[in-house]
Write a protein that binds this ligand. Structure first.
Ligand code: PEP
Ligand code: MG
Length: 735
């Protein structure tokens, strides 16, 4: 396409050329400005005075609709479309048919390219494809600053580059500070059509081969260990072998596209087909596919990697629309401090890898790419799900202080590792960790935890693309037991449903999933599935002791039914002559309030009770645990909640049945303090919390606090938090 002349002349020339080639009376280019407004930048056929005057919001009119959904539209009678927005200055009332495509670069809409004709006609697929091909080139030219002044389209926040604070969702906790590195993997596609399909096929074949080899190399990389992040890469590698996808690219080449254009088209088609699907699994796979597309485009361009080390700083925060797991691993781990994404979810593979790398990640930060300049100072606060862009000196200093304070605290906690977890008055407390990924097991040694109080078996299921069979499950559980090296591990059977969706099982369409068909309810309705898991647990244990707990038990009958299935599996193992656990303890997660009213009966049948306060509190207060608007409404340190816990703990202690807490309460020092006061002696928490809880309890005179707390439980306040905090302050209990 022509490059001579001013940007406006070039745009004018493009619309003239396209209109002529496509026998259209109108061809127009709309450019998205400031991420919000589509402005007519050039037209052949509409009133020239409308250029730079006609503006539509994203979503407004047909052009706005195309941009909002990033999809092509072809309309024989545009004016009868419900979204048609008439702009008198354009003089477009005489044109009936219209076809438009988004100008897309990566996942970002840069504008809309549209053609119109007077007579009502249907544009065929080939014409739409031609428009898309032109739009693809336009996108590169716009992004390269050749058609539009980049400052005109940049999204600005207030005046110039003021500091801003943006909210997102937590994908991994922690705090980091660094310089922004924009992950801009898209590369310039300068040629769309090719003369010789044979050459293009060969180029594509070579590039695919190269990408596969790269992935294999990463998989062999000793550094990665054998955790789930490795399995994630393996899943990702499967895309490179997907025949349907490869076939579509070959077809594109056979139709006359260059290898690059065919790769891009295959991805755009897939994205368009899934545009309206909100299913998180599909969205994640789409982002894997985007990663793969980028890798192929890079290879085809002769470059090795999208990641440009010349842009790196010693402390960097990578900012991306989305990122594949393999792409993240290309950044130097010694320099990588944090990650900010416009998309992403806690389930996303990149979040799992980031967790393995121990860097904070904030996702779903709207338009972050348009608001950050390379080299900007960024603070990623994964704990509060906030990102500070160009923070003032004082804030940077504050965060740097927080980071070094945390580091000092970490070292201080590390020093506690070998000291007993006992209160000042000599009461021993068992501190355990919650786990779900192999990487979590690495924390047992450095924290000095006594074992795993809750192993969430659904997490390994969630990072896979298919249901693991008995053999695979056995291998996972055996690895967990190996890593625990003799420390107890409480395996919780599958707790799917609710907020934990298994990608390959799909959502269950429950109106109220947290109270729907989940956890043991599924297990008992699908006993074959639960039995396979129990079989794997028995096999993994061999002769080692085995601890199994069932989630969401609502009455004793459910516990009996579940234990019966476990009994059947033990029998099966015995009949087959395979080894069975030397010691078996079977318990429940107490998280459904109804079970409390069968506690006496329950305690004669279980070996232990683990209280899941996350769910118990949500059901007790009828307050969704994930709803931020309810986050501060009810307090687990209210007399009501504490008395419920006291009832259960007293019951268990009297019956001499071990009771532990594995909900988030156990890991927050002030809440852990209250739990100790209620008589709990086993706490299981995320590994990062263990040091703080240990430090708290070692500074505590438990007998004194117990008497104090018991005196408060009959009160009618909404919360005892302040009183407990004051007590701790006055008595030098380290919270
Ligand atoms: C709980 O409900 O407290 C619990 C530990 O289980 P999860 O958070 O996995 O539902
Ligand atoms: Mg729960």
């Amino acid at each position: 396409m022509a490059r001579a002349g001013s940007a406006q002349e070039r745009l004018d020339q493009i619309v003239r050329l396209v209109a002529g080639e496509m026998v259209a009376e109108v061809c127009s280019i709309y450019v998205l400005r400031a991420g919000e407004v589509l402005e007519l930048y050039a037209t052949q056929g509409l009133n020239p005075d409308a250029v730079h005057r006609t503006r539509l919001r994203v979503g407004e009119g047909i052009v706005g609709d195309i941009a909002a959904h990033a999809r092509a539209l072809s309309l024989a009678d545009a004016q009868s479309h419900p979204n048609f927005a008439y702009r008198p200055e354009t003089g477009e009332e005489i044109y009936h048919s219209m076809a438009g495509v988004p100008v897309l670069r990566g996942d970002r809409v840069l504008g809309v390219l549209a053609i119109q004709n007077r007579r009502s006609r249907q544009y065929d697929e080939e014409e739409i494809e031609t428009l898309q091909n032109v739009a693809m080139v336009l996108a590169e030219l716009v992004a390269g600053g050749e058609l539009v002044n980049p400052n005109e389209i940049k999204q600005v926040d207030g005046i110039g580059l003021l500091p801003i604070r943006l909210d997102g969702v937590q994908l991994n906790g922690g705090v980091a500070i660094g310089r922004a590195v924009l992950h801009e993997p898209r590369i310039f596609i300068s040629r769309v059509v090719a003369e010789d399909p044979k050459t293009e096929l060969k180029r594509f074949g070579d590039a695919l081969h190269g990408v596969r080899a790269d992935l294999d190399r990463m998989l062999e990389d000793g550094d990665l260990g054998h955790g789930e992040h490795r399995e994630v890469l393996e899943t990702f590698r499967m895309f490179a072998d997907d025949r349907g996808w490869v076939e579509r690219i070959r077809e594109g080449i056979a139709d006359g596209l260059t290898a690059e254009a065919a790769v891009q088209r295959a991805f755009d088609d897939t994205r368009a087909r899934f545009a309206d699907i909100t299913d998180s699994y599909i969205r994640e796979r789409l982002s894997d596919l985007s990663d793969l597309t980028n890798r192929l485009l890079l290879r085809l361009s002769g470059r090795q990697s999208a990641v440009d080390p010349t842009q790196w700083s010693d402390e960097m925060v990578v900012v991306a629309r989305d990122l594949g797991p393999a792409e993240l691993l290309e950044y130097d781990r010694n320099k990588l401090r944090g990650l900010v994404l416009e998309e992403g979810s806690a389930l996303s593979h990149v979040a799992i890898v980031a967790r393995a790398l121990d860097i904070p990640v904030v996702g779903r930060v709207e338009n972050i790419l348009q608001r950050v300049e390379p080299g900007d100072a960024l603070i990623v606060d994964g704990d509060t799900a906030q990102v500070f862009v160009r923070p003032a000196e004082e804030i940077q200093q504050q965060i740097a202080d927080t980071i070094s304070l945390r580091e000092a605290q970490r070292q201080e906690y590390a020093r506690l590792r070998d000291l007993p977890a006992a209160t000042r008055d000599g009461v021993a407390v068992s501190l355990r960790v919650n786990a779900g990924l192999m990487i979590d097991l690495n924390h047992l040694e450095p924290t000095g935890a006594d074992g795993v109080g809750l192993y969430r078996t659904e997490i390994p299921f969630m990072v896979r693309s298919t249901f693991p069979d008995v053999e695979e499950q056995t291998s996972i559980y055996a690895r967990v037991l190996d890593a625990a090296a003799g420390r107890p591990v409480a395996f919780r059977t599958l707790d799917v449903g609710g907020d934990k969706v298994l990608p390959y099982v799909g959502a269950f369409d429950d109106e109220n999933p947290a109270m729907g068909w989940r956890a043991i309810r599924i297990g008992l309705d699908r006993p074959a599935m639960l039995r396979r898991q129990l079989r794997a647990l028995v096999a993994a244990a061999g002769v080692r002791p085995l601890q199994v707990m069932f989630p969401m038990i609502a009455d004793v009958a459910e516990f009996r039914a579940a234990s019966h299935l476990l009994e059947l599996e033990l029998q099966r193992a015995k009949t087959r002559g395979t080894s069975t656990p030397a010691r078996l303890s079977v318990g429940v997660m107490l998280e459904v309030p109804s079970l409390i009213w069968q506690l006496d009966a329950l305690l004669t049948e279980v070996d232990f009770v683990s209280i899941g306060t996350n769910d118990l509190m949500q059901f007790l207060f009828a307050a969704d645990r994930g709803n931020p608007r309810l986050g501060n409404r009810y307090d687990c340190l209210s007399p009501a909640a504490l008395r419920v816990l006291q009832f259960v703990v007293d019951g268990c202690n009297k019956a001499d049945v071990e009771v532990s807490i594995c909900g988030e309460m156990a890991g927050r020092p002030i809440e852990a303090l209250a739990l100790l006061g209620l008589g709990v002696r086993t706490l299981s928490m995320s590994p990062g919390s263990l040091g703080a809880v240990k430090s708290m309890l070692r500074s505590l005179d438990l007998a004194h606090f117990t008497a104090y707390l018991r005196g408060l439980l009959n009160g009618s306040e909404r919360s005892l938090r302040d009183k407990i905090a004051l007590y701790a302050r006055d008595r030098n209990v380290r919270l």
